[in-house]
Each structure stands twice: as structure tokens, then as C-alpha cells.
Design a protein around this ligand. Structure first.
Ligand SMILES: C[S@@+](CC[C@H](N)C(=O)[O-])C[C@H]1O[C@@H](n2cnc3c(N)ncnc32)[C@H](O)[C@@H]1O
Length: 251
């Protein structure tokens, strides 16, 4: 279950890649703009501000996120990205920090490029740190001490997302603009990296454990994260975070 409050704790850090993504979409007056995996809807609102005459639609697989988005006045519905079908007037599709959770999403992107009207835009961004130290530490801890208890948990594999050229390769004949950026996230507080991953990578683990087990899991992970991402004397912690972007104009 996604927790809108936990997710919004880092809203500024997570919003920047979204703004950098949509800056590369050159649609002037799209008819319909769809936000797939809209989360709590704070960034969907930005799409409405950018294209005030467009019909703005949003989907998320989490009822909690859809409820939070609706409270912001967004036309949000529960829906799975994997089975989403574009309407014929869909001119912009944005999916920010979602497809890493969707196995097989490269085939899905290829399908959208065929189904969307000519000239439509697809803009996607995914975290690209599945082989980074924080995620390796989580996988190692699960393998070492929690493998039987968490056998059914869907941890994202190291190859959950493609490289920028991997995404570019999906869209034959389309205009493609793909890139990656590593942000140095400046975090503060006790165990800030643990707090960060609690809102994303650890979400399925937390959901699978009892409260006591979850407290134990966090207590086992915290020192390893502190060692790899040490708190500086000024109280700040650097958390390097790679993200992969693709903006495509469908032919
Ligand atoms: C990291 S949040 C991103 C939210 C928002 N796009 C943003 O940038 O703030 C990931 C969102 O994807 C949603 N999600 C994950 N898998 C999904 C799927 N298969 N279909 C639709 N939404 C999905 C989650 O419920 C969550 O709200």
C-alpha cells in the first residue's frame, strides 16, 4: 500500500525530475493529457496549469493515492498502467517514477507509440539506481536474514529499467529524446536514506511484515545505510540518485 503522506515527505526532491521531464514536451494545446501512476496528484496539478484547455485525466493503482488526488480536484481513477488503453484524442502521456514497478513496460511503451495519434507525446522518467548501494544493501539483507519470510515480495531486480539508449531503441521512426541525470540529494535528519527508501523500495517489504518484524528489519538495515551514506559534520547526508528520462514524439 502506498502512503501519500510518506511519499510527500520528499515532494521537492521528487518533483524536480518531473519538471525537467515535462520541460521537454513541446505540445502547445493538447486535447487530452493523461498522468499514469499519478500518486497523490500534486504533480498532475502542474499538468493542468501548463495546459489549461486540455482534459486532464489521471490513473493510479492505489485507492489511497486516487483518493488523495481527488481531494485536489483531479479527475483520478483507479487503474493499472499495464492495461491502460489511450483514447483517440490523447495527445500527451506522462508517467513519472512509475514504470520501474511494471515488469514488461518496454513492450507497453512500444504499444502506446502505435496506439496514440500521430504527433502525440510520451514522457516517462524512472529511477535508475536499482544497482546502487542502498538497493544492494536491501537485497543483501533480505537474502541473508529474511528470505523465507519475504519470499513472495516483489523486490525490483537490478535490471528493472533500461538505459537511455535502451529506451530510445523502442521507438522506431519516432522523434526520441532520452537522457540520464544523477542528482545529489541533500538529506537531513536521522537515517534520512532509510526514510527515503521506506517511501519507495521498502514499501512492499513493510506491507508484508508485522509491525514488530518491520521495526526489526529497519533496525538491521539502518547501520548499513549509515555506513555507506554517512552523515556529515554539518548534519547533511548526500544521497546520489540516478534517473532515466525519455520523451518521445509519436510518428
Ligand atoms: C513513486 S510514485 C509516483 C507518483 C507520481 N507520478 C509522482 O511523480 O509524484 C509511484 C506511483 O505509481 C503507482 N503505481 C505503481 N504501479 C502501478 C501500476 N501498475 N499502475 C498504476 N499505478 C501504479 C503507485 O501507486 C504510486 O502512486
Amino acid at each position: 500500500m502506498w502512503d501519500p503522506d510518506k511519499y510527500l515527505t520528499f515532494a521537492d526532491h521528487r518533483a524536480r525530475p518531473f519538471y525537467e521531464l515535462i520541460a521537454r514536451i513541446q505540445a502547445d494545446s493538447p486535447r487530452r493529457v493523461v498522468d499514469l501512476g499519478c500518486g497523490p496528484g500534486n504533480l498532475t496539478t502542474v499538468l493542468g496549469q501548463r495546459w489549461p484547455t486540455a482534459a486532464i485525466e489521471a490513473f493510479d493503482s492505489s485507492q489511497e493515492m486516487v483518493d488523495a488526488a481527488r481531494e485536489r480536484g483531479i479527475n483520478a481513477h483507479v487503474g493499472d498502467v499495464a492495461t491502460w488503453q489511450p483514447r483517440p484524442d490523447t495527445d500527451v502521456v506522462v508517467t513519472n517514477a512509475v514504470l520501474q514497478w511494471v515488469p514488461g513496460h518496454p513492450d507497453m511503451l512500444r504499444r502506446w507509440a502505435k496506439e496514440l495519434p500521430s504527433g502525440a507525446w510520451i514522457a516517462m522518467q524512472v529511477p535508475g539506481n536499482f544497482d546502487g548501494p542502498s538497493h544492494n544493501l536491501i537485497r543483501e539483507l533480505v537474502a541473508r536474514s529474511w528470505s523465507s519470510r519475504l519470499a513472495d515480495v516483489n523486490l525490483r531486480p537490478v535490471d528493472a529499467v533500461l538505459t537511455p539508449t535502451g529506451y530510445a531503441d523502442l521507438f522506431d521512426g519516432c522523434e526520441v529524446d532520452t537522457w540520464e541525470t544523477t542528482y545529489t540529494q541533500v538529506l537531513t535528519g536521522d537515517d534520512p536514506v532509510l526514510e527515503w527508501v521506506t517511501g519507495t523500495a521498502l514499501r512492499p517489504i513493510k506491507a508484508a511484515l508485522t509491525d514488530n518484524e518491520w521495526a526489526r528489519f529497519r533496525a538491521e538495515l539502518a547501520p548499513a545505510l549509515r555506513e555507506v551514506y554517512p552523515r556529515r559534520a554539518d548534519g547533511r547526508t548526500w544521497y546520489p540518485f540516478r534517473r532515466v528520462f525519455a520523451v518521445v514524439r509519436v510518428s
